[in-house]
Design a protein around this ligand. Structure first.
Ligand SMILES: Cc1cc2nc3c(=O)[nH]c(=O)nc-3n(C[C@H](O)[C@H](O)[C@H](O)COP(=O)(O)OP(=O)(O)OC[C@H]3O[C@@H](n4cnc5c(N)ncnc54)[C@H](O)[C@@H]3O)c2cc1C
Length: 380
């Protein structure tokens, strides 16, 4: 790193896993200049994966947090509301301007909402405050509907039934099928059904009904429940970048160095989408990717070689009483080779071989270290 780089004032917007990882990596790579973090969540920095797991299912009060107090970072508790890339200034919601030499955008995503304009009472699970509110509602509910059968939807449904609340998941596709394929989708649905999760497949996207929301319209029928939770994906947190040309509907376009289309501005985590043709997947809004990109963005901000790739194809989920760890490319198609155990018993080690020779390894309810799964996925 040259001397000029160490004097640069680096501003990071967003203090979740991508932003905090970038800070740690900047210091680890030897940056001893100023770092300022603009942090928009009033509850501070915390991990999201436990929100739909321990926080909902076990009722723990908070989520895992991390501490940057040893890294000499100035934190501004405010939301960024504008960026002037030419003047190199971020505007925050109390009207002040924060100037930067280099900017790392790590503003993640918000929950995608389905409510019509003005329709009240939609529940989502993206923030600690959302999870606390949904947890309270689960405790008072006799029935629940979850809109969306992806990872989040199935985790929320699992938490509802763990509290004794019969739950219907509605989606246009079978649960988890888009990424995990039909084989695991069927296995997980069978387990979830045994645990009082019903599944209703919609012919077309559902609509929320009631104001406040009290149900869904699905193919002409109305289903109601005490609690309706929308788990319909996420929307990149780019509103504050309007007019800069940095983002489109899929997020901030980055290359494999996490560089955006503007010089000296990098992005990491759920807010990003790889540019076409860079050989990396488009959007991959998962925890391990946010960490990998936080590290790569930090290295690029300093003009040094990154210590890892900007993608990491490990993720995990906890559904229907099972911890599922996946390493390797997705989506999955066809049936796997069962290397150990049995899917019916809820404890199996599975391997898919893709046409291009790559492998995906899944620990399905079986305890296996992630390092082992990584080695298996990359072995010939
Ligand atoms: C409930 C839940 C469960 C999940 N479980 C899993 C899992 O099991 N496995 C997995 O791999 N992934 C999981 N994920 C996904 C994972 O949590 C995300 O990929 C990860 O949090 C992305 O990190 P990030 O730092 O990019 O963004 P985020 O975590 O979204 O954080 C962005 C931060 O930026 C702040 N911010 C936004 N806009 C502004 C602004 N204008 N000004 C200032 N600050 C701003 C926000 O307040 C937030 O703190 C889960 C996500 C959720 C919501």
């Amino acid at each position: 790193m040259d001397a000029a780089a160490t004097n640069r004032h680096i501003v990071i917007v967003g203090d979740s896993i991508a932003g905090c990882t970038a800070v740690r990596e900047l210091r680890a790579l030897g940056h001893d200049g100023r770092i300022t973090m603009i942090a928009g969540d009033p509850d501070g920095a915390y991990a999201r994966p436990p929100l739909s797991k321990r926080v909902l299912a076990e009722g723990v009060e908070s989520s895992d947090r991390w501490d940057l107090s040893d890294l000499s970072v100035t934190t501004i508790a405010a939301r960024a509301v504008g960026l002037d890339p030419d003047a190199r200034v971020v505007t925050i919601d109390r009207g002040e301007s924060v100037s930067f030499d280099v900017l790392i955008v790590a503003t993640g995503a918000d929950a995608r909402r389905l409510a019509a304009p003005g329709q009240s009472g939609e529940n989502v699970v993206r923030t600690l405050a959302d999870a606390a509110s949904v947890r309270e509602r689960i405790a008072a509910a006799q029935s629940a509907i979850v809109v969306g059968g992806g990872f989040l939807g199935m985790e929320v449904a699992s938490a509802c039934v763990a509290h004794g609340v019969p739950t219907t998941v509605v989606d246009v596709d079978p649960p988890l099928q888009r990424l995990l394929g039909p084989y695991l989708s069927e296995a997980i649905l069978a387990r979830a059904t045994e645990r009082s999760v019903a599944f209703r497949r919609a012919g077309s996207p559902v609509e929320l009904v009631g104001d406040p929301v009290e149900g869904v319209r699905i193919d002409g029928d109305v289903l109601t429940a005490d609690l309706v939770v929308t788990c319909a994906g996420e929307v990149p947190g780019t509103d504050w970048l309007a007019g800069t040309g940095l983002a489109d509907r899929s997020g901030i376009r980055i290359d494999t160095r996490c560089a955006t289309s503007l010089p000296g501005i990098y992005a990491a985590g759920d807010v990003t989408c790889f540019r076409d043709g860079d050989g990396a997947p488009g959007r991959s809004p998962f925890w391990s990717n946010a960490i990998a990109q936080g590290k790569v963005a930090a290295a690029s901000a300093l003009g040094v070689a990154p210590r890892c790739e900007p993608t990491d194809d490990y993720f995990w989920t906890e559904v229907a009483g099972l911890a599922i760890k996946v390493v390797g490319p997705l989506p999955l198609a066809g049936a796997p080779t069962v290397l150990e155990g049995s899917v019916e018993d809820g404890s199996a080690l599975l391997e898919w071989r893709h046409d291009d020779g790559r492998k995906t390894v899944v620990a399905y309810g079986i305890r296996k270290a992630v390092g082992l799964l990584r080695r298996m996925a990359t072995s010939i």
